[in-house]
Structures are given as structure tokens and as C-alpha cells.
Ligand binder design. Structure first.
Ligand code: FE
Length: 337
């Protein structure tokens, strides 16, 4: 009897312990509304509690670095391979062995040491004024340096990591000299000194301040589905063009995640990443962020389908992360503010 009671108490203690230990601390650079529902579903299905901290990507990376080995961070979720690579090079992530992750994330969309994995894809492309430009006038990104585009192109600043990654991808594919010449030519055709975010470039096209913008398609998708009619109206004045379809394809970046170097709950962290790659999570997460799923066979949201299919770059994104610093120096040389 005494023994049986002991066993019951032990069992209860084990349950209490595992309930206590079943949690995972997520540092996310994505807005709470765009990630929390998918984390809640993970908790419901696994019983693992998710403690979510959201913030600016660079601030979260600095925070993990300064917390050092006492950091409670288990998972870092952020956008752009430039930032994932930065976290890796600061020794803030660890390698993860997972058949699920290797199976569902193509090799070029994850780190060679499996320290980060893509969760979604994001296309950075040309958007043009339906009134003042016709698709026949457009071809490759290279042709944006033509004289005819003088004073007609809007793009954000070189301090923006999306542009740094786009230029890094060009360095990888065209070489440094050709990319520098291209950047100089593009800067010459700017309609104005770079300012604002991607949405602002799209709005500037709609407002007639420029005829072409370079932006990520989820911004246009977000405007088209915005509850504010003025956003929808601006977005409807603009069309998507897919450049470089006969050669290297469109620049595609990622949002992604990695397990923190000193993760106190590593197993739960890996389970969370695996959950993020399930068909269910991929569909929700990609749709609500206006991005493309990474896992094969998951449908794109209707708003992205209307932009059409396209050929994407197929370089390993790790190279894009590695070339970030070089890209920034090159943009500076080109006079890209
Ligand atoms: Fe963005």
C-alpha cells in the first residue's frame, strides 16, 4: 500500500515536472498577430507552452548575444537570410539534426550546418504603374539601368537588409564588377533619394512620383487585402513584373528560424521548428504573412496566385548571408544612399 502510494506520488511528480519543463521560449522579429495563432495551435497539439517575446530583429539578436549562456531563448524567428546568417556568425545558433526539417526545407533554403531553416519565401521584384508603363517595356533587372528609366525608379535605402541581400545575390551570380556597374546605373535612374519602406515605394508609384518600384510582393498583397480602401486603391494602380525569367530568375529571400546556442529547451525548440514545416502551419503562416510556403505541395494564398508563377533564383541563400557586408560596401560605392 505504502509502495503504491509512493508510485502514485512519483507519477504525479513526474507529470508536474514534465508539465513544468514542457515550454519553449521564442524570440520573434515577426509581429505577434502574424505568428501567435500558429504558436497557439502548436501548444494545443503538443501541450508545450510557448513564451513569446517579439521585437526588432537586430535588437533580439543583440539581446541573445548579451544574455550569453544564460539566455532563455530557445528559438529565434526572423526575416531575411542576412539576419539569420548574422546570428549564426555571432555563434548564437546551434546545429539541428531533424529528418523532418531536412526533408521539407530544400538544402538551398537552409544553412549548410543546419543552424537556420527557411519558414517562408519572399519575392523581391519589379512593380510598375499600370498607367504609365507596359509589361513589354520591362525585361531583366539589368535593363533598369537603361536611359529610358531616368528619374522613374523608387527603391528604399541601402541600409535596408532586403536590398543588401538582393545585391549580395547579384554579386554571387554576376560578379562584383558587373553588380557595381548595375548599382551605379540604377542609382542614376532613381526618381528621388531613397526614403521609406517598401509600401512607400509602391504608394509613390500609385501617386505618380515614380513609375517603377522594387519591393517584396507581400507588401503589395498586404495593401490589396487592407481594410483601408486608400491602400487597396494605391495597390490596384500597380502591377507585378517578374524579371530574369529567361535566365537566373527573381530574387527570393526567406523568413526563417534557428535553435539558440544555449537553448534550455532544445527538444521542444526542434519540435516547434518541425511543426512550423507541417502543411497546416505552412499554409496559415505563409498566407497571413503574404509569403510563399517553403514546403512542397502547400497552396499559395489567392492574393499571391493572382501575381502569377515565376522562376526564382536557385543559389544557396547561405551565400547571400555571407556576402551581405560586401554588398553594403558596393552599394555605398555606387552612391546608393
Ligand atoms: Fe518586410
Amino acid at each position: 500500500m505504502k509502495n503504491a502510494l509512493g508510485l502514485v506520488l512519483l507519477a504525479l511528480a513526474t507529470v508536474a515536472f514534465s508539465a513544468h519543463s514542457a515550454e519553449v521560449n521564442v524570440y520573434s522579429a515577426r509581429k505577434e498577430a502574424l505568428i501567435k495563432p500558429v504558436l497557439d495551435t502548436f501548444s494545443e497539439q503538443t501541450g508545450i507552452k510557448v513564451n513569446l517575446i517579439t521585437g526588432n530583429a537586430d535588437a533580439l539578436i543583440s539581446r541573445i548575444a548579451s544574455e550569453g549562456k544564460f539566455s532563455p531563448a530557445d528559438v529565434l524567428i526572423t526575416t531575411d537570410v542576412g539576419r539569420l546568417h548574422r546570428a549564426k556568425s555571432q555563434d548564437l545558433l546551434q546545429s539541428v539534426t531533424s529528418n523532418e526539417l531536412s526533408q521539407h526545407v530544400p538544402a538551398r533554403l537552409r544553412d549548410a550546418d543546419n543552424q537556420w531553416f527557411a519558414l517562408t519565401k519572399r519575392a523581391r521584384t519589379i512593380m510598375y504603374s499600370k498607367d504609365r508603363v507596359s509589361a513589354e517595356e520591362l525585361s531583366d533587372m539589368e535593363s533598369l539601368t537603361d536611359e529610358k528609366w531616368k528619374g522613374r525608379i523608387c527603391i528604399r535605402s541601402s541600409s535596408n537588409i532586403y536590398n543588401q541581400s538582393m545585391v549580395a545575390a547579384l554579386i554571387e551570380q554576376l560578379g562584383e564588377q558587373a553588380t557595381l556597374a548595375w548599382a551605379k546605373g540604377l542609382v542614376k535612374n532613381f526618381a528621388r533619394p531613397p526614403k521609406g519602406g517598401d509600401r512607400d515605394q509602391i504608394k509613390a508609384v500609385a501617386a505618380g512620383q515614380c513609375d517603377i518600384a522594387i519591393a517584396n510582393t507581400y507588401y503589395l498583397a498586404g495593401m490589396l487585402t487592407d481594410s483601408d480602401p486608400s491602400q487597396v486603391k494605391a495597390a490596384e494602380a500597380v502591377a507585378v513584373f517578374w524579371p530574369n525569367q529567361e535566365n537566373r530568375g527573381v530574387h527570393v529571400n526567406i523568413s526563417g528560424a534557428g535553435v539558440a546556442r544555449h537553448a534550455p529547451n532544445k527538444d521542444a525548440a526542434v519540435r516547434l521548428l518541425e511543426y512550423m514545416l507541417t502543411a497546416e502551419a505552412q499554409a496559415w503562416y505563409a498566407e497571413h504573412n503574404g509569403e510563399y510556403p517553403v514546403r512542397e505541395g502547400v497552396e499559395q494564398s489567392p492574393v499571391l496566385v493572382q501575381f502569377g508563377d515565376f522562376k526564382a533564383e536557385d543559389i544557396p541563400l547561405q551565400r547571400v548571408g555571407q556576402l551581405n557586408a560586401e554588398a553594403l560596401v558596393l552599394m555605398d560605392k555606387a552612391g546608393w544612399k
